[in-house]
Ligand binder design. Structure first.
Ligand SMILES: *Cc1c(COP(=O)(O)O)cnc(C)c1O
Length: 457
């Protein structure tokens, strides 16, 4: 007999109360955690207690113990790394996804949540301007989206030269050449390592971190070997976009597969005002993006899109390759590394249904607008300099020499009003701003600029 529904009531009510208290406190709470991990461990850790306790009490123990160690990443004044917030509909849908607890691998077994993901996938392709015949997989994040897209790429470029990867593996295979821009994201290298493809060949980038199309063309000339070209839509520091259309054309002239890492930047395609940034992106062969960044669904949710379903399903499908189906929507397990997984595309459906087409476009525009406003506010501070062209959601500032920039960053973080990462870009220490939260408003921007000014004077 399964557990009667009312046995869940107390724990869920307690969780709902604690969640709402946390969310309500976000707008005013200092951003940094009050306690480090060792401090939290002191209350949550120790030997495993002998017996059971009440589920609702577990929720309180957990919330009481963890809360001092929470970073207010959902705050409108959090601009660290590239961290999205959570849209209300997406959070509600995420809870429901947990309650439904579907093993979302197969269409016939969990038709409800698989269909919600398929609907979301169709909307994503439409919004991002990608081919409607492409396959979509919902993975944990950008890292796994890059891995999955590049696995399909590896499968295809080796098949193109007659190498049977499934049967023979990589040992003795022709070397796959992978070309990347000098400022690709570190997870591209990580994915290549997972895939046994080794270190990529690095193509120089310009002063904004965009891959140089000329240098790419030169690198592609010569021996025709299995080749994958990795491009980027949205540079971590500058927000800049590689020249996607030109680079895709060059790569395809040489028979290469093109993969685009657009973890946060691919969403520029959803805005009529910003779409020009990704011009020609639809010519690539695979794309990786996150839903937990620009789209503001809860962690963890990345999206891989592959223009050649056959290659993706051969790389990821659990059945042997001679059984691969190329017709129809296919099963989720054919498009992602996992067999069993949560229906993590359901919150994407909810986010998109709550925003609609204009809402997604407005969200992307708002993030870029706030980045511009922060850049302008910071530029007006004595001694501050914005060192990138602010084209999207990323801003890098300096405050004199490296040691002074580091000092300003440390003071800002200690102040706690706003949170921005310190980083190094183009051989300089920078204060790095990433605007990724749907709830950031003019007050947040003004308060954050004031905090930077206090830290800089
Ligand atoms: C965040 C990011 C990734 C990695 O995504 P995760 O969701 O953290 O796994 C890859 N590429 C770029 C450009 C990113 O910003």
């Amino acid at each position: 007999m399964s557990a009667p529904g009312h046995l869940y009531d107390a724990a869920l009510e307690r969780a709902s109360t604690r969640a709402r208290e946390w969310l309500a406190a976000l707008p005013d709470r200092p951003i940094p955690p009050r306690q480090d991990a060792d401090g939290v461990l002191a209350s949550l850790g120790g030997p495993l207690p002998d017996g059971p306790i009440d589920p609702a009490d577990v929720i309180d123990l957990l919330a009481d113990g963890v809360e001092p160690g929470l970073m207010a990443m959902g705050s409108g004044r959090f601009f660290g790394w590239v961290i999205g917030g959570t849209l209300p509909a997406a959070l509600g849908a995420d809870w429901l996804t947990s309650a439904w607890d579907q093993n979302n691998g197969m269409r016939f077994a969990t038709p409800g949540t698989v269909a919600a993901e398929e609907a979301a996938a169709t909307w994503v392709l439409d919004l991002l301007g990608l081919p409607d015949t492409a396959d979509v997989g919902f993975v944990t994040g950008g890292t796994m989206a890059n891995f999955t897209g590049l696995a399909a790429a590896r499968q295809q470029v080796l098949e193109n030269v007659g190498w049977d990867l499934d049967r023979l593996g990589l040992s003795g295979a022709p070397r796959v050449r992978v070309l990347v821009g000098a400022e690709r994201h570190i997870t591209i290298d990580l994915a290549l390592r997972y895939l046994g493809l080794g270190e990529p060949q690095v193509v120089p980038a310009d002063d904004q971190g965009r891959i140089s199309a000329d240098a790419l063309g030169a690198a592609l000339d010569g021996a025709e070997v299995p080749t994958i070209v990795c491009l980027q839509a949205g540079n971590l520091h500058s927000g800049a976009f590689d020249p996607l259309g030109a680079a895709c054309d060059l790569a395809h002239e040489h028979g290469a597969w093109v993969h685009v890492d657009g973890a946060f930047g691919l969403w520029a395609a959803a805005s009529p005002h910003l779409r020009h940034l990704v011009d020609g992106h639809d010519g690539a062969d695979s794309w990786a993006t996150d839903a937990h960044k620009t789209l503001n669904v809860p962690y963890d949710c990345g999206i891989v899109v592959v223009a050649h379903p056959d290659a993706l399903r051969k790389a990821m499908g659990a059945q042997s390759s001679y059984l691969v189906r190329t017709e129809g929507p296919g099963d989720p397990l054919e498009k992602v590394p996992e067999l069993s997984r949560r229906a993590r595309g359901v919150p994407v459906w909810a986010a998109l249904r709550s925003l609609g087409r204009s809402g997604v476009s407005d969200l992307v525009d708002l993030l870029a607008h706030n980045a511009g406003a922060l850049a302008k506010g910071i530029a007006d501070i004595d001694g501050a300099e914005i060192v990138n062209d602010v084209v999207f959601t990323q801003v890098c500032a300096t405050f004199g020499d490296d040691s002074r920039t580091r000092e300003v960053t440390a003071r800002l973080l200690a102040d706690g009003t706003a949170w921005m990462s310190g980083s190094r870009w183009r051989d300089r220490d920078v204060l790095r701003v990433s605007v990724s939260n749907w709830s950031t408003d003019d007050n947040d921007v003004a308060a954050s600029v004031d905090a930077v000014r206090r830290a800089a004077t």
